[in-house]
Design a protein around this ligand. Sequence first.
Ligand SMILES: Cc1cc2nc3c(=O)[nH]c(=O)nc-3n(C[C@H](O)[C@H](O)[C@H](O)COP(=O)(O)OP(=O)(O)OC[C@H]3O[C@@H](n4cnc5c(N)ncnc54)[C@H](O)[C@@H]3O)c2cc1C
Length: 467
Amino acid sequence: MTMSATLAELVRDFKANGRIVIVGASLAGLRAAEALREEGFSGSLTIIGDEPYEPYDRPPLSKQVLKGWVPADHTLLPRFRELDAQWRLGVAATGLDRATRQVRLADGEQVPYHRLLIATGTRARQWPNPTEAALEGVFSLRSRDDAARLQRALAERPSRVLVIGGGFIGSEVASVCRELDIPVTVAERGSAPLVGALGGVIGEIAAEMQRDHGVDLRCGVGVSSLEGDTRGHVRRARLSDGTTVEADVVLAALGSIRNVEWLEGSGLAAGFWGVGCDAGGRAFDINGVVTDTVYVAGDVARAPHVLYEYQFLAMEHWDNAVFGAEVAAHNMVSLEPDYRPHLLLPGFWSGQFGVNIKSVGVPPFGDEIVFTQGSVKERRFVAAYGRRGRIVAAVSFDHGKWLEYYARLIEQSAPFPPPPPGWDRPDVMKPVPAEFPAPGVPTAIPDVVLTGHDPSGRSAEFRPRGR
Ligand SMILES: Cc1cc2nc3c(=O)[nH]c(=O)nc-3n(C[C@H](O)[C@H](O)[C@H](O)COP(=O)(O)OP(=O)(O)OC[C@H]3O[C@@H](n4cnc5c(N)ncnc54)[C@H](O)[C@@H]3O)c2cc1C
């Protein structure tokens, strides 16, 4: 038998008799499982998830679910094909032994694998004071149960909602409150909402938009403490500027934490920003050696991106979870010459205050911004971000149809400022500083972060405090 025939036989055998385990039964986990079957993998497939539910979609949770349009339990992800898989739902993976290739479960079971996909995503950062966090009326928003609880609280028409953190989720919830005609205060430590993700120039537009819709927006202030009444229900927040806000619903929208603790001791490059992997989804170990058996996808993955100086990019975006999962699945059942890279251009969408905000690229990588189309006054525009004379990102407000054009320019590292494609050029097309907060200035953590060149991410390793 020739070498290539032998290798082909190996792949066929693995596809028929291999054993693949996916940890994380959500968007990335489900799409990877479907892609594996699509790739012809007919071996044993186990999907482990600590939530008791089948995979559901999170974006509607902060939008249609909170408005009361869609019940939280009607958000199941569509299935694109039959999945012959063993589902282990409602049980967490608690450890990984790479030497014996086994995943440890909370119920004591050990699940063996030949290839493993880590798709454990992120969880919401809770309000840091546990006593205050336990007050009735204090919420965070990540899961379908969180959304159901918050929706019920909003349906009871609270006298005021306080949203702590003006990132995407905080801003979307503030928008829902205003749509429901509920008074809402947003407290943001940075200079404007969305400032960490989109910079100060766009942040100012977002701030104006919030105020125009009646949001009591407080920027440059933190919430120091929450106070409850004698029945243990939250009633008041004290802010760092000495003011107080009376509120009976508080949402801590403080960003997320990567679910990597279960990998402690596994020797993988798991840290604060997730699990380091190569562009094909193969996990790195803590010494920067790429593994052959462990793959990563979705919000918990951080991988180098050719367009951004090969820095490791951590992304909490829906598209990234879907395409990253498909690439990892393909590579899990392929030989090296057929490996594919996951080099998706980051992109997100958000609906708030009646405006559809979309972005491509990595805005915080840019230091300049220029409005290229439309009108800021009408909140219908495109702006491009540049760095050292090339375009690196673009954002649109109610002008999303043009983003494809900018995406192609970003992929080609085209010159900045870019030529606008349309006829609706703004009067002034002059680049100005994009005004991203300096590193270390407290603000909402953006959901696309360039995390440097260290594959092991040890410099930012997450060490949970002793409990
Ligand atoms: C409210 C909200 C609104 C959003 N809106 C948008 C949007 O408008 N646009 C956009 O692009 N993105 C949006 N996102 C982000 C998007 O939902 C995520 O990018 C996507 O869910 C990532 O999928 P994932 O499978 O990687 O991770 P997750 O969805 O986080 O899933 C990980 C799963 O693994 C489970 N898990 C964790 N640890 C373990 C363990 N040890 N053992 C077993 N299971 C474990 C988790 O419980 C979870 O079920 C939003 C997210 C939220 C929360």
